[in-house]
Design a protein around this ligand. Structure first.
Ligand code: ADP
Ligand code: GLC
Length: 527
């Protein structure tokens, strides 16, 4: 265990830390969305700064390589763990691998009954009925794996509801266990819309005392809420952009937990995600026909545009504005706005490419548009990593009119690829895209189109603005250059996480009375 002097030194100078990150998905082992990208890229970036980082994630045998790259070899460690899930003892095996291009060790929890399935959380549009049991198991398995592997972490960093129980276990059950004496927990919210809310009897599965099932800790409107559990028990809470950190304290974006977040506002930090620039970089991207940089942008983009038009059967017209979209096709991503202005869009001299899957209503709409106007719309339903790179490189502009967007990654990929984003100014979109007003263009800070009102006519008007600016290549190029020259890498965000870890550790190691054991960590009931 670290001596008190060492801990003080760590606090003051952001010294070396042992960090364990827990996530229910991580590329290249599994992926349903941006969480998987972040769960791989953040540990890599923290490792590059010099910290010792391990990642713990479930082993989904049927998902390997869903993240695109070939998954690295996975080996047994020979270590098994046993945890109680309610009254059942459940056994799992710990497997080991490494994140490609890094020294980050990945521990995969193998439990075929829970994880050898066709989906991660959902199959045939239905959540698995035992999701609470599966991820309560996983959260307990994370803690046991840390103990059995003797990882002795300074920080356990849990992400989203699937690991929301982890901060509670750190505080309530593991505090006195060797190796956890000074361990602090950090909890990151990637999306308030997914809370892991289950009927109250699932409290029994957590193995925690009913005294924690109260409105200040784990209960929410009569249900067990695992996102709230993470928010309540973590030493510090982060979310994935500064604007979202403010938004989620309001009823409009808080999804019923704005009160819980407001009560922790002093401990809530917004940190914008970064981009894994080893994967998303037009200068080195092996999935596109021609690599390019800011100085070779025109030639590179022209080749990539022609290639993606050809691949998707669109006329190879260099002068038409080509709009791309790669997304879950859901309400969150604003497809209802596209639906409302679809007929006006089809009348414009533009091309549209949609890649994704999601709600049948939107999948159907976008497939219909492609059938009606095959020379203007190309829709691909499904998941295709290679095509997603080709769209980022080949499109002129990128559509992201989200209703809410905790961070969003594609607008940043777009900026790096000189593809001008058209976004609604919420969450991370507001923090990364600067609207092309005359003044912002003049100042050299505009990198896209951004609007506030969630209305289809406003979206349509912004697409028209983009089309008109696209016809002025010099002005358009200024927008592209601004985005391409900004730093979207993980480096500065990873440093912000280190500062958060440091604050969390300081709370944990502060003498009783100045920070440690804040009321929400208290083991007493909060009625
Ligand atoms: P969210 O996590 O809310 O879905 P993000 O923008 O944070 O949104 O991350 C989405 C990630 O998933 C990005 O890396 C994006 O490129 C990828 N993605 C989404 N849909 C597809 C798809 N159909 N094919 C390939 N990649 C996709
Ligand atoms: C969530 C959010 C998305 C964010 C991602 C990674 O899926 O919807 O905005 O980029 O998590 O943090």
């Amino acid at each position: 265990m670290a001596s008190p002097a060492e801990l003080v030194e760590r606090r003051e100078g952001c010294q070396f830390m042992r960090i364990v990150l827990a996530s229910s998905e991580a590329v290249p082992f599994s992926k349903t969305g941006g969480l998987a990208d972040v769960a791989a890229a953040l540990p890599k970036a923290l490792g590059q700064i010099g910290h010792e980082v391990s990642l713990i994630t479930p082993h989904y045998p049927r998902m390997i390589s869903k993240g695109g790259e070939q998954a690295p070899p996975i080996e047994p460690t020979g270590i098994s763990l046993r945890v109680m899930v309610g009254s059942k003892q459940v056994e799992g095996r710990i497997l080991r691998s490494t994140l490609p291009g890094s020294k980050v060790t990945v521990y995969l929890i193998d439990q075929p009954g829970y994880f050898d399935r066709a989906g991660l959380y959902v199959e045939h549009d239905q959540d698995y009925r035992d999701n609470s049991e599966r991820f309560i198991f996983f959260s307990r398995a994370v803690m046991e794996a840390i103990r059995l592997l003797n990882l002795r972490p300074d920080i356990v960093h849990a992400n989203d509801w699937q690991t929301g129980l982890v901060p509670a276990l750190v505080n309530i059950e593991y505090r006195g266990t060797p190796g956890f004496e000074q361990t602090a927990s950090v909890f990151t919210i990637h999306n308030m819309a997914f809370q892991g809310q289950f009927w109250h009897w699932d409290m029994l599965l957590t193995g925690l005392d009913w005294k924690y099932f109260n409105w200040k800790q784990m209960e929410c409107y009569g249900h067990l809420n695992l996102l709230k559990t993470g928010i309540t028990f973590a030493d510090l809470v982060t979310t994935v952009s500064p604007t979202y950190a403010r938004e989620i304290r309001t009823p409009e974006f808080g999804c019923g937990l704005n009160g819980a977040l407001t009560s922790r506002q002093a401990d809530l930090v917004g940190i914008l995600n970064g981009v894994d620039t080893e994967v998303w970089n037009p200068q080195t991207d092996t999935k596109i026909v021609k690599t390019y940089s800011a100085s070779t942008l025109n030639a590179g983009k022209a080749a990539c545009k022609a290639a993606v038009q050809e691949r998707l059967g669109l006329p190879k017209n260099p002068s038409v504005l080509l709009l791309g979209s790669i997304s879950r096709m859901t309400h969150q991503k604003g497809f209802q706005l596209v639906e409302q202005c679809a007929s006006m869009l089809l009348d414009q001299d533009i091309q549209l490419i949609f890649l994704g899957s999601g709600e049948p209503r939107f999948e159907g709409l976008l497939q219909d548009l492609a059938r009606q106007k095959p020379d203007k719309v190309a829709t691909t339903i499904g998941y295709d990593e290679e095509l997603s790179h080709q769209i980022e490189a080949g499109a002129d502009a990128f559509l992201m009119p989200s209703e809410f967007e905790p961070c969003g990654l594609n607008q940043m990929y777009s900026l790096i690829y000189g593809t001008v984003p058209i976004v609604r100014a919420v969450g991370g979109l507001a923090d990364s895209v600067v609207d092309a007003t005359d003044e912002n263009v003049e100042k050299g800070i505009a990198n896209g189109f951004s609007f506030r009102e969630f209305r289809s006519d406003v979206l349509f008007w912004n697409i028209c603005r983009a089309r008109s600016m696209f016809s002025d290549p010099q002005k358009w190029n200024r927008l592209q250059q601004v985005g391409m020259k900004q730093d979207w890498s993980w480096k500065s965000s990873a440093n912000e996480y280190v500062r958060v870890y440091d604050r969390a550790l300081a709370k944990r190691t502060a003498p009783v009375g100045i920070g440690a054991g804040a009321s929400n960590h208290d083991n007493s009931p909060q009625n």
